[in-house]
Design a protein. Structure first.
Length: 422
């Protein structure tokens, strides 16, 4: 069994940034595993621009952004095993991690690692999770699958399209399909607000005259062999279709952009404690999970809006995995962190006593205007910030300075003081 110091599962932007950061902190016996034939993760199919504005102050395409990290991986000579699917992760009683994987070149592999970074990204929620009435005709795709067809395989999934869900992938694909000659009839969104970034609503829908139907859903899919139409309807505050508002839209394709699910089958099998809200692991500010020596970062931990934050978070995991390998044990007393009054979740979910300065990442559950974000501990306000608008589609970040962190001695809460929800 090959012995390694650090195994990184996933070679997307998170896995690559974590590997580079660990290498820069002196880890040499490391390995990146990815089931795809190349590094880059989901970015390889995101050929639109808009990546890296925060980090590189440039508008890069997804493959360009990924290439910046892949070049570093190559420059440092960090080994990668591609076409390699990780099947299992176990921790032995002495803390050693056993990673089981399979690949066409190497066959069935067992690797012995002192530390592991989970960076498996996320996958799209499929039709089966939606309970839409109708048959099972061809022409129903997740937006990401359609993106792969168009951008990687050069094939158009259809000509007349309805999109359900206004997350970023749905918005990006509305524009992409239009640019490739399809007619996008509408983007329907169950909620009264979009799940995507404002800049994508403007640049992908408004600029192309594509209607965004908020508080609408698809109630029926028509067609036997191929999608022929969908019926959409308005929904009330209870998110149920309002009878009499149905509208039948002829189309040959329905794209679904109805949410992302962190890929945590391996983490669960390994016994990592999970957060039911994020769908990812519970971590401390070092991104260490409940299993010492197992770290998590990127979309497998929580769904990020911008890849820049994925890289930032992965660097924390990479550096801290290196510190763990150097003998630094992160077993100090932990204080829990939780969101309330409009804050849906907060990462990290725990903070170690005596932690170094760090940032809180969180998402809100509704659209709020003119709010004050308040971080409190033991009745004291550690930090607060006023925001004109916060929305579920945009991740919020709040850095804590050393003197604020030093005041943490119990439960930390992040909450909104608001004038009113929309
Ligand atoms: C359509 C779309 C548009 C986007 N647009 C933007 C944008 O404009 N700007 C922006 O900043 N961000 C954008 N993003 C977000 C950005 O792409 C993600 O935040 C980022 O790719 C997440 O990185 P990751 O490494 O966590 O996950 P991923 O990129 O998903 O990488 C995970 C990797 O893990 C591998 N893996 C998973 N499980 C296993 C296993 N068991 N064994 C081996 N390998 C495994 C996968 O093959 C994959 O390569 C967009 C995302 C999508 C999908």
């Amino acid at each position: 069994m090959k012995k390694l110091d650090l195994v990184i599962i996933g070679g997307g932007p998170a896995g690559m940034a974590a590997a580079v950061a660990a290498y820069e902190k002196g880890v040499r016996n490391l390995l990146i595993l990815d089931r795809e034939p190349q590094l880059g993760g989901i970015l390889e199919q995101c050929i639109h621009n808009g990546f890296g504005l925060h980090r590189f102050k440039e508008e890069l395409t997804g493959p360009e952004y990924a290439a910046r990290f892949a070049e570093k991986v190559a420059e440092y000579g960090i080994p990668c095993l591609l076409n390699t699917m990780v099947l299992d992760l176990e921790t032995e009683s002495d803390g050693t991690k056993i990673v089981t994987a399979v690949s066409p070149q190497e066959g069935y592999l067992k690797l012995n690692a002192r530390a592991v970074i989970l960076a498996m990204g996320c996958r799209e929620r499929p039709r089966g999770a939606l309970n839409i009435a109708g048959t099972r005709p061809a022409g129903i795709y997740t937006a990401g699958a359609a993106q792969k067809f168009v951008n990687i395989k050069g094939q158009m999934p259809g000509k007349r399209v309805v999109i359900l869900g206004s997350g970023d992938i749905g918005l990006i694909m509305a524009r992409r399909m239009t640019l490739e000659g399809a007619k996008v009839e509408a983007v329907c969104e169950l909620m009264p607000y979009s799940g995507g970034l404002t800049r994508n609503i403007v640049q992908c829908l408004a600029d192309f005259g594509i209607p965004l139907k908020l508080s609408h859903t698809v109630v029926q899919i028509h067609g036997k062999e191929r999608v022929e139409a969908v019926t959409i309807a308005a929904v009330g505050p209870d998110r149920r279709p309002i009878p009499g508002t149905e509208e039948k839209i002829p189309c040959d394709t329905l794209l679904l952009s109805v949410g992302l699910i962190p890929e945590n089958e391996l983490s669960r099998q390994a016994g990592v404690e999970m957060d039911p809200v994020t769908g990812g692991a519970v971590v401390d500010e070092n991104r260490q999970t409940s299993i010492p020596g197992v770290f998590a970062c990127g979309n497998v931990l929580h769904v990020h809006d911008l890849v820049d934050y994925v890289s930032e978070e992965a660097e924390i995991a990479g550096k801290q995995a290196a510190a763990y390998l150097d003998g630094c044990r992160m077993d100090a007393e932990m204080f829990p962190v939780s969101g309330k009054d409009g804050v849906r979740y907060v990462v990290p979910q725990r903070i170690r006593k005596g932690a170094a300065p760090f940032a809180l990442y969180f998402r809100v559950g509704d659209v709020y205007r003119d709010v004050r974000i308040v971080v409190e501990c033991g009745g004291k306000t550690l930090v607060s910030r006023i925001k004109k608008k916060v929305a579920p589609g945009e991740m919020e970040t709040l850095p804590l300075k050393a003197e604020q962190v030093s005041q943490i001695d119990g439960l930390v809460t992040v909450r909104l003081e608001q004038k009113g929800a929309e």
